[in-house]
Design a protein around this ligand. Structure first.
Ligand code: GLP
Length: 241
C-alpha cells in the first residue's frame, strides 16, 4: 500500500484527483467506483476543475456508486445518487448511459445486488474505486463484522453511521434503516483503490485499519491485502501511524 501524507485537505484532494486523472488518461473508458460522504467532495471539485481546464475527458468513462441508501426514493436529497449528481456528474461530460446506480427503490435487495455485480462483470471490472472510511472502519456501508466474501448486499445501518450521515436527512431519526453497498469482495476485486481520510477524528481508525492486524471488525483493514491501494491522508488523520 502506498501512503501519501499531505499538508491539508486541499492538497490531499488535489493529489488524489491527479492519480485519478492518470488512470482516466491511460484508460479513457475505465470504470470508476465512487464514494460519497464529506471526504471526497474535494476530489470531485478538483476533477471538475481539471475537466474545465480540458485536462481530463469523461466522454467514455463509466461510473457507478459504491453504496446507496435503501428503501427511499432515488431522488431524495440524501441519496448517494443525488450527491454524485450534485458534486460531480452534472458538471462533467460523462454520458448518462455510462452512469450506473444502485437502485434505492428496488423491491429486492438481493436481486439489486446481483444486478449490480452483473453490470460490473459485463464491463470487465472496476478499474478504480474511490473510498472513504467510516469512524468505525466501514468501507461503503460494510459495517464491522461483514464477511470478506460479501458481494453487493443490503445492510442494516448502525447507529454510529446514522449519527455521522444524518445531515442530509434533517435528524437522526429520519435516517433510512438500510443501505446497499458493494461488498468487501467486490471492493477487493477493483484494479486499484484510492482510500482517503482527513481530520484528527479519523486518526484512530486509520491507525487500526492500516497498522493493526486485518480483521472483519475493522472492514477497511482488508485493504492491507489488496495489491494496489493508494492512501491519501492529511497530517491530522495520519498522526498515529
Ligand atoms: C458514509 C458512506 C461511506 C463513506 C463514509 C465516510 O457512510 N457510505 O462511503 O466513506 O460515510 O464519510 P465521511 O467522508 O463523511 O467521513
Amino acid at each position: 500500500m502506498n501512503i501519501y501524507v499531505k499538508k491539508d485537505y486541499n492538497e490531499l484532494s488535489r493529489a488524489a484527483a491527479e492519480e485519478i486523472k492518470q488512470v482516466v488518461g491511460k484508460k479513457p473508458d475505465c470504470l470508476l467506483g465512487l464514494a460519497t460522504g464529506n471526504t471526497p467532495i474535494g476530489i470531485y471539485r478538483e476533477l471538475v476543475s481539471m475537466y474545465r481546464r480540458k485536462e481530463i475527458d469523461f466522454s467514455r468513462v463509466r461510473a457507478m456508486n459504491l453504496d446507496e441508501y435503501f428503501g427511499i426514493s432515488l431522488n431524495h436529497p440524501g441519496t448517494c445518487n443525488t450527491y454524485l449528481e450534485d458534486h460531480f456528474y452534472r458538471y462533467i461530460n460523462i454520458r448518462r448511459d455510462n452512469i450506473f446506480r444502485l437502485n434505492s427503490e428496488a423491491k429486492s435487495g438481493e436481486d439489486e445486488g446481483s444486478r449490480y455485480e452483473e453490470i460490473i462483470g459485463k464491463i470487465g471490472g472496476i478499474d478504480l474505486l474511490i473510498l472513504g472510511i467510516g469512524l468505525n472502519g466501514h468501507l461503503g456501508f460494510n459495517e464491522p463484522g461483514t464477511s470478506f466474501e460479501s458481494p453487493t448486499h443490503t445492510v442494516n445501518l448502525t447507529d454510529i453511521t446514522k449519527q455521522c450521515n444524518y445531515q442530509l436527512f434533517g435528524t437522526v431519526d429520519k435516517m433510512p434503516e438500510y443501505g446497499i453497498t458493494m461488498g468487501l469482495k467486490t471492493i477487493m476485486k477493483a484494479g486499484k483503490c484510492i482510500l482517503m481520510a482527513s481530520g484528527e477524528k479519523k486518526s484512530k481508525i486509520i491507525f487500526k485499519a492500516l497498522k493493526e492486524p486485518v480483521t472483519t471488525e475493522i472492514p477497511a483493514s482488508i485493504l492491507q491485502l489488496h495489491h494496489n491501494v493508494s492512501t491519501y491522508l492529511d497530517c491530522e488523520s495520519s498522526k498515529l501511524i
